[in-house]
Ligand binder design. Structure first.
Ligand SMILES: NC(=O)c1ccc[n+]([C@@H]2O[C@H](COP(=O)([O-])OP(=O)(O)OC[C@H]3O[C@@H](n4cnc5c(N)ncnc54)[C@H](O)[C@@H]3O)[C@@H](O)[C@H]2O)c1
Length: 339
């Protein structure tokens, strides 16, 4: 009887296995988008379970399954969770995620690991792929709005993906958070704290939002005419920011138009946008789409988040952890009953 052995990796071990390497995360993300574009990934829509309900959630859990084909096949899912309550506490993360990986042939589970930092890394790595193809090559200033968990990895991703950047403006309603984050990167990157998003957007070549705002708060006239705009949440920009873009790249049109309250769901239902007006991030990775075509264009990218990225990054860390002897081995059974 082949034992079902599962490697459990706590957050510290996932990090020790190489998670905080943003260059690697962007490479894995781009490779994953390429597989997706080649039809080698099966990814059903996420199942979102909001409490008390999906529109007015105070907390939610979301199941994100995927099968990754190609050279290293793996199947599994991320259980993604966020809690508004946690964001009011000084010492509790807003997002708490777990990843489970199985062998796609036998379906034996092979790893369970903390997915919280994987989420942050792969989320910003997605923005990194977007920025690599859509930011102007002479981009100097980026405004990153939201100095939370994703804000931190976003600094790493933008500096990796857009090497011409000289200044990152990190913005938060809570200036102390922005200041603390700028301090974290002192001596490494030039990160300037802001609390005024409008002032931070002024002249920025790249604007990325990763806030917990539930409403649109960035109008078109705050933004440079040939900027690249990246939205990591459901809504931060007024709709004419999206409508006036020369190119729109999304990680998943299908998932966005099915999420109640997402700006693309609202715009789609109101007849303001249709599928033929957008392209996907995977089109960038396969070369089907060029990305930015000249320095005058205004480009919008939007991400909803995809489980396949969690799985490919988690699988890489699983293999690293095996080589490094990290983690705790668990068994699902000693002798399975009723086979
Ligand atoms: N696209 C994806 O794949 C993906 C993945 C994970 C998280 N997210 C989204 O990213 C966002 C950030 O997540 P997080 O874990 O970093 O949260 P967080 O709570 O750690 O940080 C969010 C920060 O945004 C700030 N903020 C809220 N409204 C603001 C505003 N109007 N202006 C400036 N700052 C504002 C808050 O003060 C907070 O510091 C969430 O909306 C989350 O749903 C997206």
């Amino acid at each position: 009887m082949k034992k079902s052995e599962i490697l459990f990796l706590k957050q510290e071990e996932v990090i020790a296995a190489g998670l905080l390497d943003m260059k690697q995360a962007i490479e894995v993300a781009e490779y994953t988008f390429k597989l997706l574009g080649e039809g080698k990934i099966i990814q059903p829509n996420k199942i979102f379970l909001g409490i008390p309900d999906n529109e007015n959630w105070e907390s939610y859990g979301m199941s994100m399954p995927a099968y990754i084909g190609g050279e290293n096949p793996v199947i599994g899912f991320k259980w993604a969770a966020e809690s508004v309550y946690n964001s009011t506490q000084p010492d509790m993360p807003y997002g708490l995620d777990m990843v489970l990986l199985s062998d796609p042939k036998t379906m034996y589970p092979k790893a369970i690991m903390d997915g919280t930092i994987i989420t942050a890394m792969r989320t910003s790595a997605t923005a990194g792929v977007c920025a690599k193809y859509t930011a102007r090559k002479d981009s100097k200033v980026a405004a990153l709005i939201g100095a939370g968990v994703i804000g931190r990895t976003m600094i790493m991703a933008m500096m990796e993906a857009v090497p011409s950047l000289e200044e990152i403006r990190i913005v938060d309603l809570d200036l102390a958070k922005a200041e603390a984050m700028a301090k974290e990167f002192e001596g490494k990157y030039h990160v300037v704290p802001y609390s005024d998003a409008k002032a931070a957007c002024d002249g920025a070549d790249l604007v990325v939002t990763e806030t917990t705002s539930r409403k649109e708060f960035i109008p078109k006239d705050w933004l440079k005419k040939n900027a690249t705009i990246i939205q990591m949440e459901a809504h931060s920009y007024e709709k004419d920011v999206i409508c006036s873009a020369d190119h729109i790249f999304l990680d998943s049109w299908d998932q966005m138009i099915h999420l109640p309250g997402h700006v693309f769901q609202i715009m789609h239902d109101d007849g303001m946008i249709s599928r033929d007006q957008i392209m996907h991030v995977h089109d960038l990775a396969t070369g089907t789409a060029k990305g930015r075509e000249n320095d005058d264009e205004f480009v919008f990218c939007g991400s909803y988040g995809m489980g396949c990225l969690d799985l490919t990054i988690a699988d890489k860390l699983y293999h690293n952890a095996l080589e490094m002897g990290l983690g705790t081995k668990l068994v699902q059974w000693d002798n399975p009953l009723w086979i």
